[in-house]
Ligand binder design. Structure first.
Ligand code: PLP
Length: 438
């Protein structure tokens, strides 16, 4: 049987749901991230490092909950905190103490955070950060980097066409897209040109620090300092998007490792314990533009921000428990070490079995290149084209072997993973390699 035939036979329940879904859900999915040919598995239970689909198949999970599951699925401390909060009520339409507690904890952990405004997601966080930057500077343009993902709103999606290649995104006003300066990541000359051309019009430089697009394109930290300097020299703001890296690479995020001082930082994913929620943290004088008190705003006009679900008590409680637990068990150190081990062991396995894969990445992330070794002078464009049918078949083969990775066959380690899980992944890679050849 081919890989596809085996997949169809093993996931009949998922197939049946997938065939009904497109009549009610466009494309059959709720987010483009779940697009998978011919359909992705339907999961209804998860715990620790495992999840189970509707057919009862078990998967060792390296998808990482889109980066939110630093402690694996259902960490007991987070579940308990969320359950307790749920039982006390979820929509008070009033201020509540936990939002101050979580903001204090963010300010304690994230070096550049002086104030925090919660949002409903990472997308909302980058949207608000961009609005604040434009309000604070009175300027229009946002410089961002090809292949970097900052959510799906118009100001981040302009120039988005699957690979963030600068092609216009349908539905985004050209007036918005025109205010985006899209640069190749890591290219100092392009950065200098943009500064020379647009300097006085740039409201902010926006970048994701641990590499891009979930870290697919490696980024030299030196370049981050170049951007920080460019922002200072042009009087614009430096926005560091730590939605993925925040509380993962270190409790203080990538900025604490690289010694960066962003004006604004966007956070989500781990922040609310894997529940919906995000935040913009940063300089008091900029965040206070949201204040109703004119004195706090330095006489400037107030910036608008609302949200029925902003700072909801369940997300706040889950976030507090998550941040406490990740510090208590040194989760960031653990996942970083596991990430390094996974990349090393996967590459050893690929070499010893003559499999045409190379694994790379930083911190707790691994990515695959369908080549034996990357050459030294690869640019971001060399990393992006993924042989889609091959990626699809590899993930499908791994699924059949009881392992899940993301749709690009990248993976994230959680603190719940053990070294033995990495060996299971390597063993599955060997089998998947044989299945791909067959
Ligand atoms: N920024 C980065 C770096 C991300 O990785 C993501 C999501 O993957 C976002 C922003 C958007 O966050 P959300 O999916 O919570 O809207």
């Amino acid at each position: 049987m081919t890989i596809l035939e085996q997949y169809l036979a093993k996931t009949r329940g998922s197939a049946s749901l997938a065939s009904a879904a497109p009549d009610v859900l466009p494309g059959g999915v709720v987010t483009d991230t779940r697009i998978f040919d011919p359909y992705g598995i339907y999961v209804n239970r998860a715990e620790g490092v495992r999840k189970w689909d509707v057919d009862g198949n078990e998967y060792l999970d390296f998808f990482g909950g889109h980066g939110a599951n630093l402690l694996g699925h259902c960490p007991p401390a987070v579940v308990k905190a969320a359950q307790d909060a749920l039982a006390r009520g979820v929509q008070f339409a009033a201020n509540q103490p936990l939002e101050i507690d979580l903001a204090r904890e963010i300010i304690r952990l994230v070096p550049s955070a002086e104030r925090v405004r919660f949002t409903g997601s990472g997308t909302e966080a980058t949207l608000l950060a961009i609005r604040l930057a434009r309000a604070a500077t009175g300027r229009r343009k946002i410089v961002r980097f090809a292949s970097h993902y900052h959510g799906w709103h118009d100001h981040a999606a302009s120039g988005y066409a699957g690979e963030f290649d600068g092609s216009p995104a349908p539905g985004v006003l050209s007036a918005i897209a025109d205010e985006t300066v899209l640069l190749p990541p890591g290219d100092e000359n392009a950065l200098a040109d943009a500064v020379a051309r647009f300097g006085g019009d740039i409201a902010a430089f926006l970048i994701e620090p641990v590499g891009t697009h979930f870290g697919v394109v490696p980024l030299n930290p030196y370049f981050l300092h170049k951007i920080e300097a460019a922002a200072k020299n042009t009087g614009s703001l430096f926005i560091l998007d730590e939605v993925l890296s925040g509380f993962r690479v270190a409790p203080g995020g990538a900025q604490s490792i690289y010694g960066l001082a962003p004006d604004l930082t966007t956070l989500a994913k781990i922040l609310c314990g894997g529940l919906p929620g995000g935040a913009v943290a940063g300089r008091a004088d900029i965040l206070d533009l949201l204040s109703a008190d004119p004195a706090r705003r330095g006489g400037k006009t107030k910036v608008l921000h609302q949200g029925t679900f902003t700072g909801n008590p369940v997300s706040m409680a889950a976030g507090l428990a998550m941040l406490a637990e990740l510090q208590r068990i040194n989760a960031c150190d653990r996942v970083n070490a596991l990430g390094e081990l996974a990349r090393r062991r996967l590459n050893e396995t690929a070499r010893s079995e003559n499999l045409p894969f190379h694994f790379y990445g930083a911190f707790s992330i691994f990515h695959v290149l369908f080549t034996e070794t990357p050459c030294a002078d690869m640019t971001y464009k060399d990393y992006l084209p993924r042989p889609q049918p091959l990626t699809n078949r590899l993930r499908m083969a791994l699924n059949l072997l009881g392992v899940d990775v993301n749709t690009r066959c990248s993976g994230l380690l959680s603190a719940a993973h053990e070294e033995a899980d990495i060996e299971t992944l390597c063993a599955a890679l060997i089998e998947a390699g044989k299945m791909l050849e067959a």
